[in-house]
Design a protein around this ligand. Structure first.
Ligand code: HEC
Length: 161
């Protein structure tokens, strides 16, 4: 066995400490809003998301989304030139909503509803972020997902904001 494979296997064994073999931890797979609970993107309300953001998130992320220093931690920017780019997974509204629904707020995860998480994600992903330079090469053969809000849509009219 190569040194690299041994190292990776040692690392995975270390990560798995305290977890029962063959049994899923409670959080596994909990990062997706159930299909039945998805709200069509044009019906999501970024203003509702903004007020939820002000209520639940600004203590750590700041009103400007750029992150507040809290002890030794400072969350990275949620939008703007130093945040994830607009071709990233988190730039998709439902993907981000799933993360927010199950992993946010940081110290009290699981507190937001499916609906709240989607309005929040619509707010965060209505903000400017770095442009992924190869977007024109994406979705040439597959259908553009409904929540890929930073890609030009040819199939549905863009709702007025
Ligand atoms: C108590 C502080 C705190 C609160 C409140 C909080 N966050 Fe965070 N958040 C963090 C920290 C710290 C990180 C970075 C560490 C991590 O990802 O676990 C983070 C990371 C994130 C990330 C990942 C960013 C990236 O670039 O990977 C997202 C998205 C996010 N928060 C959204 C939210 C939303 C939406 C809310 C409100 C519902 C919220 N957070 C509330 C502290 C907080």
């Amino acid at each position: 066995m190569s040194k690299e494979v041994l190292a990776v296997s040692a690392y995975i064994t270390w990560l798995a400490r305290g977890f029962e073999v063959g049994k899923s931890p409670a959080w596994r797979g909990q990062n997706t809003i159930a299909a039945a609970a998805l709200i069509p993107v044009p019906r999501l309300d970024p203003r509702r998301g903004e007020s939820l953001f002000n209520e639940h998130c600004t203590s750590c992320h700041g009103v400007d989304g750029q992150g507040v220093q809290i002890g030794d931690k400072k969350p990275g920017p949620l939008w703007g030139p130093n945040s994830w780019n607009d071709g990233a997974g988190a730039a998709r509204v439902y993907t981000l909503a799933g993360i927010i629904r199950y992993a946010r707020p940081y110290l009290d995860p699981g507190r937001l509803t499916d609906e709240e998480a989607q309005h929040l994600a619509a707010f965060i992903n209505a903000k400017p972020r770095p442009v992924y330079p190869f977007k024109a090469q994406d979705y040439l053969t597959e259908k553009l997902p409904a929540d890929s809000v930073y890609y030009p849509r040819r199939d549905v009219p863009v709702p007025a904001q």
